[in-house]
Design a protein around this ligand. Structure first.
Ligand code: GDP
Ligand code: MG
Length: 162
């Protein structure tokens, strides 16, 4: 069985940058404009010689009303089909209402999820983790996707049991 890992989170938290790093593809569009990735994007990647499927999503803004509208359809589908969800948040932006809404959905859905605090370059990882601890999704994994920090530990957590 090839595990499927979904990258979920608000637009602009760094999902596509991480996707590209892990799959070494340029398929996912990276940019400062929110919501650039419209559909789910699949890539194959390897960790310690084992293949897994990575799914990039367009993001859930949390600006809409009601849980069904708040969760972008593609992101919801990606969560459903994933074995593991990597829920990315932005250490620079801090915890937002959109983050809390996504976290709530993942808790209710009882999906195997890991809270990943991205963009910890220039930020103390412990402070970043503490800021997101009220999310109630356990110890956050601090990474800097653009620079490759924390990636090994994150993959070990997500894939270690497969
Ligand atoms: P997405 O909308 O979640 O897919 O986010 P993107 O991957 O498109 O990235 C949004 C912005 O965050 C871009 O300007 C990236 O260069 C930037 N970014 C991504 N990862 C990091 C990181 O580890 N550190 C910093 N400082 N910026 C990052
Ligand atoms: Mg993207």
């Amino acid at each position: 069985m090839v595990p499927v890992i979904a990258l979920v989170g608000r637009p602009n938290v760094g999902k596509s940058t991480l996707f590209n790093r892990l799959t070494r593809s340029r398929d996912a569009i990276v940019g400062d404009l929110s919501g650039l990735t419209r559909d789910r994007q699949y890539g194959e990647a390897k960790w310690e010689g084992r293949s897994y499927i990575l799914v990039d999503t367009g993001g859930i803004s949390g600006d809409e009303e009601g849980i069904d509208e708040k969760m972008a359809e593609q992101s919801l589908l990606a969560i459903e089909e994933a074995d593991v969800v990597l829920f990315l948040v932005d250490a620079r932006a801090g915890m937002t209402a959109g983050d809390q809404m996504i976290g709530e959905h993942l808790r209710k859905r009882n999906k195997r999820s890991y809270l990943v605090v991205n963009k910890i370059d220039n930020i103390d990882p412990d402070i970043a983790r503490a800021e997101f601890s009220p999310m109630g999704l356990g110890e956050a994994l601090p990474i800097a996707g653009a620079h490759g920090r924390g990636i090994t530990q994150m993959l070990e957590a997500a894939l270690g049991e497969f």
